[in-house]
Design a protein around this ligand. Sequence first.
Ligand SMILES: Cc1cc2nc3c(=O)[nH]c(=O)nc-3n(C[C@H](O)[C@H](O)[C@H](O)COP(=O)(O)O)c2cc1C
Length: 310
Amino acid sequence: MTVAVDTEVNLGGITLRNPVLTASGTFGYGSEFAPFFALDRIGGIVAKSLTLEPRSGNLPPRIAETPAGMLNAIGLENVGVDAFLAEKLPLLPEGLPVLASVFETDIDRYAEVCKRLSGAPKLAGLEINASCPHVKSGGIEFGQRVELLARLVRETRRASSLPLFIKLSPNVTDIREMARACEAEGADGISLINTLQALDVDLATRRPALRNGLGGLSGPAIRPVALRMVWQASQAVKIPVCGIGGIMTGEDAVKFLVCGATAVQVGTANYLNPMAAVEVADGIERYAAAHGFARVSELVGTLRPYASSR
Ligand SMILES: Cc1cc2nc3c(=O)[nH]c(=O)nc-3n(C[C@H](O)[C@H](O)[C@H](O)COP(=O)(O)O)c2cc1C
């Protein structure tokens, strides 16, 4: 007999019908994927990071394939916060939790984007991108220096009463310290990981594979690193962690739940298969049913230590 599974989870005050969101920058503004599946079959979406003004991003080449992964230096191309509110958000279905992702080059500008987004109908929350590894100013520094991160969280918290998630960088020595700073400054949750700073070489020209030089590595290659960081962060704080990094299947996602993530985001997989997020959600449900879990939320944090026998 198969068990009926309750897939609902609560992510920092947001009710999700299942624990699968799409990761910022890999799912456009959401409506681009509406031809492939009914968007309300997934838990929610995190839209492309927004800045105050529109940005065209870096010059190509800005994407390259790597073993079991993808290197990118898009450089935060986006339509800008005002066009998002006027043209993109209205296209999304009612009832679908949408998180807007916020990126800027200084803290006042981050706070201003948050203010403009606050009060927008349909927005369930904000995700502060404190971790972009390949923009010339701002970007990764916010997620690497704990005092700067704390100030960023404090000011964005002050700017909006929407549920606030901070997306952290994996390019740090101790993720627990960063997670604790977010919790102390009033964040409702943590998303991790963003891409790992990386480099590849085009041997025909002996130039970097990307015009930007450095890029961010994503995809299955980074999954074990992401699992380690999600596990460490979820041990360090009480606020929920949203796990991201190389999730291709429902079983990949279950590993993140077991390591302490309350929900997950699917990123690079969307480039290979536009149905990836739905298939991941179905796969989580199947795993829960097959292993006798009546609620998906019961899987969270169930990593079992070995008994110490020596
Ligand atoms: C092409 C591309 C663009 C991305 N753009 C953003 C972005 O705008 N904001 C952000 O916070 N993360 C961005 N990311 C990072 C992803 O949201 C995600 O954290 C990362 O890719 C790891 O997950 P994955 O291995 O499932 O892709 C981007 C990733 C890729 C591959």
